[in-house]
Each structure stands twice: as structure tokens, then as C-alpha cells.
Design a protein around this ligand. Sequence first.
Ligand SMILES: [Zn+2]
Length: 230
Amino acid sequence: MNIILPNEPYSFEDGAAVVEGNILYLYRPIDFDDLMIEMSYAINGRDTCYYCGKKIHPSKLTVDHRVPACFGGPTITNNLVSACKHCNSRKGNLYEDEYWRLLKLEKNAEKVATPEEKSQAKAALDAFWTDVKEKQEERFNGSVEPLPEDWLYHGNLNVITMRYRLNDPIGTGFKRVKSRYKKSKTILRAVLVSSNKHLLSGFNVCLFAKVGSHSDLVKVIVLENVVCMY
Ligand SMILES: [Zn+2]
């Protein structure tokens, strides 16, 4: 897949990452998540909440994952929007379309007048939450793929070059992958790889897969318009 890039010229951390001719070139090791978040702000702006449409005070500015991070939603510009803290925390583990549905149902519930309408609005909200909880369970236990199918790469994993960096955290991230695997025998988080197959994000997933021989469970997203030059 191609990630959404900001308008050129774009440079991050004094030329560590540069957008040239619709390609993102990475010249030095950087935190790829940080780069994607900065890029998302460059693309989506910092002023308006994507969900409620209100102006965002700088102290309340966040990026929200449209496919929630808890279901493996990657930190790439395609999956990020600018959102106010309020919407971000209310959205929680909901997918973008689920949050839109919730906002609509709540709006309807505010408008009702008669007791009968009131109980109908409440029933609609209850049905929404029952449906969402069911779907969340299916995503967590691996019976439904939580990521859009067209984001995933189905080629050979062995060509990935793993880059060790001094600040790669081996600890909480690794434990998180391990405990999720223990519960559901799945690895929700996909690893991000450049077009020339260098690992950009997902170090702990790769490490866990290597240690436990679970490489068949690793999901890969290849970013076709990102080239690693180091
Ligand atoms: Zn908002």
C-alpha cells in the first residue's frame, strides 16, 4: 500500500526523512511512529476535530487511530486523524464508522420527546453496544481480521531486514505482544516495512515471532512509497 504524504517540500528532523517526488526517503534511523504523527498533523492540520468538527485548543490536540491501535491499527498517515481529547477518549476502542454511528444515535436520543421515543432511542443504543461488543470479541480472538485486507502483504517474510536500534524497547511492548498471544493465539499488530523490506515499526512483534517460532502469525504491511536509505 501507499501511505498518504504531505505536500512537498517536507523534511523531518533535519533531513532524516524527506518527501521527494511522492516518495518518502528515510536517511537516518528515526522513530517511525513520531514521523507518522507529525506528518498526520501536516496533512490534517491541528485546528479542527475530525469527529465533532469543533476547534481544538492546542493543549487538547491528539491524533486518533481510525482503526483502533488495540486491534492493531497501524500508526500510518492513512490511519490517523486530528481529534480533540474528548472525542479520542470517547471513541476508545471503536472503529471510525462505529463512532459515527454512536454520535448519530446519541444525537437522536437527545431529540426525543415522548416516553415511547425515549425507550426506542435507548433500545437502539443498547443494540449498538451489543453489536459492537460482539465484533470486538471476534477481532480479539482472531475470527475476524481487524485490519483492511488490502493493507496486508502476503509475500515472504524472510526478506525483511531487521534493524536494531539502541532505543528499541525490549520490555513492555514485548510483554504486550506475548500476553495477547497467550489469550487468543493471535498477533494483532502488523509490522511496517519499507518498499525495500526494512523494518520500520513492529520490532517487538518480530522479536516475539522469532523467539517463539510464530512467524506464520506475523502480519506485514509494506509501504510501497517509503524507501529506507540507511
Ligand atoms: Zn472532537
